[in-house]
Design a protein around this ligand. Structure first.
Ligand SMILES: Nc1ncnc2c1ncn2[C@@H]1O[C@H](COP(=O)(O)OP(=O)(O)OP(=O)(O)O)[C@@H](O)[C@H]1O
Ligand SMILES: [Mg+2]
Length: 153
């Protein structure tokens, strides 16, 4: 049977919620039976996307981060979106070492990390100005066990 599931959660754009987001995604992905490496890659990518919303989206106050995770067969699709100030130039933002916050010890490697650990990373406008990052990864270990997902009857 093909696994189909999704979840959505919203939380305050505060660094205290970065570990919550990571653990939330990792737990939700468990029915896919991912390898330790796959789950660690996914957690790293989620951390970068959520940290970006926390650090960059709302320079003038508080805001919300929306996290959506979809399981589609052996694929995990994760979207992290905000309603913040947005990104003027997507291509530039994705360049390695490009950062608008060099003073705050940012290295400009967030998007590069997401691209390294996920199979595909898309960057979109969310509503008027916000940012939406959509990341996809195929869990190869799940492919090997097609039809016999853990916990699925
Ligand atoms: N959600 C967002 N809202 C507004 N701007 C963003 C958002 N995400 C990224 N950016 C912009 O894109 C730039 C590049 O992001 P990236 O994650 O690659 O580097 P960084 O966050 O600056 O540094 P690092 O991730 O290495 O700490 C950021 O400096 C910021 O200007
Ligand atoms: Mg970053």
């Amino acid at each position: 049977m093909k696994l189909k599931n999704f979840m959505e959660v919203e939380f305050l754009a505060d660094s205290i919620n970065e570990s919550f987001a990571r653990i939330c995604v990792a737990t939700f992905c468990l029915p896919l039976n991912p390898s330790i490496e796959e789950i660690s890659d996914i957690k790293t990518a989620v951390s970068e996307a959520v940290t970006n919303a926390v650090v960059h989206a709302y320079p003038n106050g508080q805001g919300v981060v929306k996290l959506r995770v979809e399981l589609d067969g052996s694929d995990v699709v994760i979207s992290v979106s905000d309603n913040g100030v947005g990104i003027k130039n997507f291509n530039k933002a994705r360049e390695p070492f490009y950062t608008t916050k060099p003073d705050q010890e940012r290295s400009g490697m967030g998007f590069s990390v997401m691209e390294t650990f996920m199979d595909n990373v898309g960057l979109f406008k969310n509503g008027e100005k916000g940012v939406k990052v959509v990341m996809r990864k195929t869990c190869r270990s799940a492919v090997l066990q097609e039809g016999t997902y853990a916990g699925r009857r």
